[in-house]
Design a protein around this ligand. Sequence first.
Ligand code: FAD
Length: 403
Amino acid sequence: MKKRTFDIFISGCGVAGLTAAAAFGTAGFSVLIVDPTPPVTTQTADGADLRTTAFLQPARAFLKRAGLWDALAPHATPLQVMQIADASGPDGAIRTTAAFDAADISDAPFGWNLPNWLLRREMIARLHALDNVMLETGVGFADMVARTAYALVQLTDGSQVRCKLVIGADGRNSPVRTAAGLTAKTTRYGQKALTFAVTHDQPHGNISTEIHRSGGPFTLVPLPDHDGLPCSAVVWMNDGTKIANLAALDPASFDAAATARSGGIYGPLTCVSKRGTWPIISQIASAMNGPRAALVAEAAHVMPPIGAQGLNMSLADLACLLDLALDAGETIGDATMLDAYHAARHNDVRLRVTGVDALNRASIAGSAIAQDLRVAGIKALYGATPIRRKLMELGLGAKRQST
Ligand SMILES: Cc1cc2nc3c(=O)[nH]c(=O)nc-3n(C[C@H](O)[C@H](O)[C@H](O)COP(=O)(O)OP(=O)(O)OC[C@H]3O[C@@H](n4cnc5c(N)ncnc54)[C@H](O)[C@@H]3O)c2cc1C
């Protein structure tokens, strides 16, 4: 079989891989992206990803650069206020809240929320519009050999591809990571996340709220109205067995349980979607690069869904990799470029994975002391404007911005 040649080979058509293909394709590189599993691009299909992604401010600039933002913007719900609440009292009522308003640091909202199935649909449409990008599903990455000036990639159908750079965007069990001789350190919490959408009588006011009690947070993120009613996406984290029991409840009991866990913040909640479950882990790859290979997104870092860090960090990976690739010119994918990628990203990744791990452990803790500390911490943050501002900027992943 004849070998095909591309500048970039991308393993994985998750949201990160599809964004990578759009960004490198828009920049003029020839790209092949593959995935054994065709991405699901409707809300109701079997296997649909029922999560939504909250993109923080810097993500928009990168999505624009990838030629994606104009198609996504009409579907994006702005996140103007981020709120943290403690509901650890005996009745589950909310005891303390801290609200962070984006207006304090920027003219723009903190970010925008978008359903994952819709992201995939719009991203695939963008790839079809780029002549220099090929998307192939039903076939996957099998192995690679790095040579001095290029890599030879073996696909699962037995064919071979020659390229200058292999991007591993193939998830937490990344085959590219293994082929590149890299390892990953994994922390398990015994936790799962339940994802679903709810309607409620009270408007969400573009506020995203993380409610802490024990077992993990219950997070409500604004969505557009559903059947004329205010609507939010929910991520409910708890011990794996408890999540399995919740997922199996009949609709009325489930609505009652979700309403109770929300502390009644928007009044009664009605679940209007299927329920999805996701295992929660932290994971960090031993390095971001191997010979002719760069890891991005969950192939490099996984963390609990707290503070909308996961995919936003992935876009920071991609922005860094794309800048280095453009600077490298003919030497794209060589050791100098990829060592620079590792040096630029690994510390930030390590810091954020460690920080989110600490936040998750604090949220899991159900002891009275831990709960009182959390209430005190929320009060301190709420009261101290400079600390609040710094945290908001860190959450945005950037200093003050006004775009
Ligand atoms: C409940 C929940 C909520 C979240 N909310 C947010 C949020 O609001 N904001 C945020 O920034 N992040 C969020 N995240 C994190 C975010 O969803 C992930 O970071 C992101 O989806 C990871 O995408 P990925 O493309 O790296 O991995 P995946 O989505 O796992 O994609 C990997 C792809 O690789 C493919 N693949 C596997 N093997 C091969 C092979 N051999 N060859 C080719 N392809 C292969 C798979 O089929 C898959 O399609 C959340 C995570 C969870 C669990």
